[in-house]
Ligand binder design. Structure first.
Ligand code: P1T
Length: 413
């Protein structure tokens, strides 16, 4: 593995650097050059320490770095501006996304906020009609007050996107699969439409992960992640990432990262890097277990509809089969009997923990209408109250199925 030991730095005095990793093209998503995804996940940005030989990057806790003379140092001057452990994380994720660079943030929403700083007052943004509730809250209640207008539309309908377009539209924000209804957006087709109109396409790749889907290779301009989810993978770290191939975007994001300062600490970066090493094996198994759970839910009398892009009847199935390596570990379903029954199922599982968040080794169940998406009540993103969302973890598939069916039978049988 060639390349800088730490792919990123950045200094308080300017000269922003970002976490590019040479050989960032990977076999994930159909690319064929350079090392494969699993190799990069373990090694990119993480060569053995040249002094000690340590195979794991040091958790670099220093807030400041000695300078030989003013402005003469080893690439780091102050830890908000650049930190070696954060640089390793940025380099690793950049390589997994096939990006020229990445920037790490203290949360997924902080990463999103940095991307929204690419807009100017008076600009217009198109957002999905199904997305993480906190994303919509940030767009509508924070940036909306600062002069950024938005329209929400279903992004799988390109005619609807074209109809929502305004002369001042500068950005389209997509999630695919969407949270929580697991809708699928054709990234390549949407990118073509967006670029023909001179705007940028941002894709939140949190649900898919770069193991399943690489939005930049499909034409997106910017990828964002809540690293709190699959990247970290163990429910023990909150974080966010922005990745891009666009030098102007990377410069601006690095500037915002340093100027606003919503950076993750080195321990959080280390935990995220540690999680990423097993991303491929975790997600591969989570996809397989999700298929088993879906098969048990389909046709169950207590279930009205199952939403999972792996189902041939799912409206986005063909696009998902084309642009994703697998269908993901997130499953949603509508419980027969409405909200009351859904709440009873959510409260009635033992192995599936009733909790917000997703993407970790523990299987979780939640009620989006009252939990993750409570902030979008009354908006176009409001979630039906009979919907439950599952994040499939790594427990024994039979145990997960019997626990879920038991709760369904007690609540609806
Ligand atoms: O929680 P945070 O790390 O700030 O990430 C926000 C975020 C961004 N994008 C997507 C698609 C997300 O799902 C999230 C956070 N979502 C949850 C906490 C949840 O349970 O859906």
């Amino acid at each position: 593995m060639s390349g800088a030991r730490y792919g990123a730095g950045g200094t308080e005095q300017g000269g922003a650097r970002y976490g590019g990793y040479p050989g960032g093209a990977t076999r994930a998503g159909g690319e064929s050059e350079g090392p494969g995804f699993e190799t990069l996940a373990i090694h990119a940005g993480q060569d053995p320490d040249p002094v000690t030989g340590a195979v794991v990057p040091a958790v670099s806790v220093a807030t400041t770095f000695a300078q030989e003379a003013v402005g003469r140092h080893a690439g780091y001057d102050y830890s908000r501006s650049g930190n070696p452990t954060r640089g390793a994380l940025e380099a690793c994720v950049a390589s997994l996304e096939g990006a020229a660079g990445a920037a790490a943030f203290a949360s997924g929403l902080a990463a999103e906020d940095a991307v929204l700083h690419l807009l100017e007052p008076g600009d217009h943004l198109i957002v999905p009609d199904d997305a993480y509730g906190g994303t919509y809250r940030l767009v509508s209640q924070v940036w909306g007050r600062l002069g950024i207008a938005h329209t929400s539309v279903g992004l799988s309908d390109l005619a609807a996107v074209a109809a929502a377009w305004r002369p001042e539209t500068r950005m389209v924000w997509a999630e695919t699969p969407t949270n929580p209804r697991l809708g699928i957006v054709d990234i390549a087709a949407l990118a073509e439409l967006v670029h023909a109109r001179g705007a940028r396409l941002v894709v939140d790749n949190t649900f898919a992960t770069p193991w399943l889907q690489r939005p930049l290779a499909l034409g997106a301009d910017v990828v964002v992640h809540s690293a709190t989810k699959y990247l970290g993978g163990h429910s023990d770290v909150v974080g966010g990432i922005v990745a891009s191939n666009d030098a102007e975007v990377l410069e601006r994001i690095a500037f915002v990262q340093n100027s606003v300062g919503a950076v993750p600490g080195p321990w959080d970066c280390y935990l995220t890097l540690r999680g990423i090493k097993t991303l491929a094996v975790r997600v591969e198994r989570q996809c397989a277990t999700a298929a088993t759970v879906v098969a048990a839910l389909e046709g169950h009398p207590g279930v009205e509809t199952v939403l999972w892009p792996g189902l041939t009847g799912h409206p986005g199935h063909e696009v998902a089969a084309r642009q994703m390596r697998g269908f993901g570990g997130m499953v949603s379903f509508v419980v027969a009997g409405g909200e009351e029954a859904a709440l009873a199922v959510a409260a009635g599982t033992r192995l599936w923990t009733l909790a917000e968040s997703l993407g970790a080794v523990e299987s979780l169940i939640e009620h989006p209408h009252r939990m993750t998406h409570a902030s979008v009540a009354g908006s176009p993103l409001e979630v039906p109250s009979g919907l439950l969302r599952l994040s499939v973890g790594l427990e024994t598939p039979d145990d997960l199925v019997s626990d879920l069916l038991g709760a369904l039978e007690r609540a609806t049988g």
